[in-house]
Each structure stands twice: as C-alpha cells, then as structure tokens.
Design a protein around this ligand. Sequence first.
Ligand SMILES: [Zn+2]
Length: 160
Amino acid sequence: MEVMFTPWRYEYVKTVDQQEGCIFCDKPSEPEGNDEGNVILSRGKRCFAILNLYPYSTAHLMVVPYEHTGTIENLDAETLGEMMALTQQCMRAIQEAYGPDGFNIGINIARVAGAGISDHVHLHLVPRWNGDANFMPVVASVRVMPLALDTVWRTLKELL
Ligand SMILES: [Zn+2]
C-alpha cells in the first residue's frame, strides 16, 4: 500500500508549490465553460471530479469537495456521502471506457502522508491494469505514458 500511495507526492511537490492560491478552489470557481480546459469532469452540489494533470495511469482523477479544508475530519456527512457517490460514478465511467482490472482509491492527509496540496483534501481514483507499472515512479522516476488528458476528458465527460 505504501509504495502505491507515496508516489502521488512527487508530482505536486514540484509543481503546485510554485503556484499561488488553491487550484481546487480556483478551478471550480471558474465558469463551467472552462471545464474542458480545466479538465473538470463533473460538478456535484458539494464536490467535483477533475482529472489529475500528472496521471499515474489513464483516467487517474480526483474527487474534491468544494470546501477548502485539509482533512476529511472537517467534512460533514453529506459531503462525504457525495464524494463516495461521485467516486462510484467515475469508477463506472472509467470501467465502461477503459476496462481497468482494478482501482486504487486513496486520500493523503497532510504532507507527511504524501499530500502535495495539503490544504485542500482530495480523493485519488487511480485505475489499475494487470501488469501495469505503477511502481516505476518510485524506483526509476519513470512513468508509463497515459492517454492524452483531453481525450480522456471527452470520453469520460460523455459517460458521466
Ligand atoms: Zn482550496
């Protein structure tokens, strides 16, 4: 488990630290017309789904509450429930589009646990395929090249 969850840290540490503000607050506050550019897949009442800009596998996405808080301890039951429901919808869409053999679902709370954006909690949904190489970022700083984000966005958007 640790090996699979730890790599998520690396991509964000080097990119997000240089940015102002919070992308998980900023992106959904933009008009829905920008959703394709922002790779937002779905907007619910209390949370939204967005593709990971630096995916570890095709269709690696995140389910994020609109509320800016660093831990699920601060989220109410309705928000938690909607996060899981949206995760379920995303899993079904990914399953239909890409037929993965499994998924990792994970939430990193605080930087020590690997959260790159530690101020705004987010759930990672990572499709897995038999024989995929998710361990590679750890051992060799190499990632398997997933499908282009805009292609994945269009495919999943249709299914959600
Ligand atoms: Zn935020």
